[in-house]
Design a protein around this ligand. Structure first.
Ligand code: COA
Length: 378
């Protein structure tokens, strides 16, 4: 008989001092600070520092950290060649997975390239990697990845647009990175910790995280949510269609959560940004469409939007192509993954659970000649 163990729901698999998710049903904190305070007062770099170094930076430390990151954006020539060789049709998550892995062959961990250095380098150059590939294949330009723009959010949008972004877009994007930065033992972080627990290298753990984040039940949900929202021209059309989808037991991406039971605190924050940006967007009606979907989901399923749902329209209103949404999640979550890799290493024990066996009882091995003719299934 199979059991309901699948999914590890409710199973505590380790300690962490990095974040809390869903305490008393709703909360999210990074090293003790609430997500509401961080989204309101902190930049993404401040949060990255908090996660990687364990405390908030002073003003001088923050300035030095931003400068340090901005000096590490250049891509090695060999990596540019690899990015050019990847197909234009590749999924950008595959591009990042391969790009990070390749960088690991060029700049492996060593006594001169310590784990935190690797984390900072990846944080600094993932926008360069993603958008070098994007522009080479979509606009035919070999972009320059040097920039005087200090913030990662501003850097990403400047590379994407090839001009300075509006401050409103930059801050919306910055807040989204803060919200996506860390989330305790979610699937991709757990994958990164499992890889780390074998004493594997930093890049392998990050690549495990990227591969795990790619799926629509995890990071891929923001793209799937956008694909859904964009199908509708009016809130009424959205309500009708989503009710039909639910009747057919279709999952609506961007709703529900394994740990949060009442609401996702990140959703309320990003929803405000989506609404704000919708006012000047050419297809701002998509915000009303999103609200109609949220209404149906609450009414029919008692389900609430998670971070991915209103992030989708926030990014869309910033003119970001949908297929870059999940890679942006990587750019933010590099910080959380890296903090967890460091934490796992500091107190490591091989992660090796056991399975409940549901196969046949022990039996005798039949000689090849006695097994009859082959079926066509092989
Ligand atoms: N749309 C419709 N129904 C949903 C749903 C959704 N987004 N999320 C959960 N449900 C329903 C399931 O169909 C199931 O109903 P049932 O008991 O009648 O079969 C019930 O709620 C429990 O769902 P389940 O998939 O078992 O929960 P889980 O804890 O395993 O999964 C998620 C959590 C996040 C994977 C799930 O809610 C989901 O697939 N959401 C959509 C993907 C997404 O947004 N992912 C990003 C997460 S941050």
């Amino acid at each position: 008989m199979t059991t309901k163990l699948g999914g590890l729901e409710g199973v505590i698999v380790g300690d962490t001092a990095i974040s809390t998710v869903g305490k008393e049903g709703v909360g999210l904190t990074y090293r003790g600070y609430t997500i509401e305070d961080l989204a309101r007062h902190a930049s993404f770099e401040e949060v990255a520092y908090l996660l990687l170094y364990g405390r908030l930076p002073t003003a001088d430390e923050l300035h030095g950290y931003q400068k340090k990151l901005s000096q590490q954006r250049a891509l090695p020539a060999a990596l540019k060649t690899v990015l050019e060789l990847m197909p234009a049709t590749a999924h950008p998550m595959d591009v990042l997975r391969t790009g990070c892995s390749f960088l690991g062959t060029l700049e492996p961990e060593s006594a001169q390239n310590l784990p935190r250095d690797v984390a900072n380098r990846l944080l600094a150059c993932i926008p360069s990697m993603l958008l070098y590939w994007y522009h080479f294949h979509q606009t035919g330009i070999r972009i320059e990845t040097d920039s005087f723009e200090e913030s990662i959010a501003g850097y990403f949008l400047s590379l994407l647009y090839q001009q300075k972004p509006l401050e409103e877009f930059r801050r919306a994007f910055d807040v989204s990175l803060v919200l996506y930065a860390e989330h305790e033992y979610n699937a991709s972080t757990f994958a990164a910790r499992v890889t780390t627990s074998t004493e594997s290298d930093f890049y392998s753990a990050i690549v495990s995280g990227i591969g795990t984040l790619r799926g629509p039940l995890h990071g891929g949900a923001n793209e799937a949510a956008m694909d859904l929202i964009q199908q509708f021209k009016t809130p009424e059309e959205a309500e009708k269609k989503v009710r039909e989808m639910l009747a057919q037991k279709v999952k609506i991406m961007g709703f529900g959560h394994r740990v949060y039971k009442i609401s996702d605190p990140r959703s309320d924050i990003i929803k405000i940004w989506s609404k704000k940006l919708s006012k000047t967007a050419k297809d701002g009606y998509l915000y009303a469409v999103s609200e109609a979907i949220e209404h149906v989901m609450r009414q029919e399923k008692k389900l609430f939007p998670n971070l991915d749902f209103y992030s989708a329209t926030t990014y869309h209103f910033c003119s970001i192509p949908t297929y870059l949404f999940t890679p942006i999640f990587v750019l933010a979550r590099i910080t959380g993954w890296s903090a967890h890799i460091l934490e796992q290493r500091a107190n490591n024990r091989l992660i090796r659970p056991e399975a409940n066996y549901v196969g046949p009882d022990e039996r005798s091995f039949p000689p090849l000649e006695s097994r009859g003719n082959a079926s066509s299934s092989a």
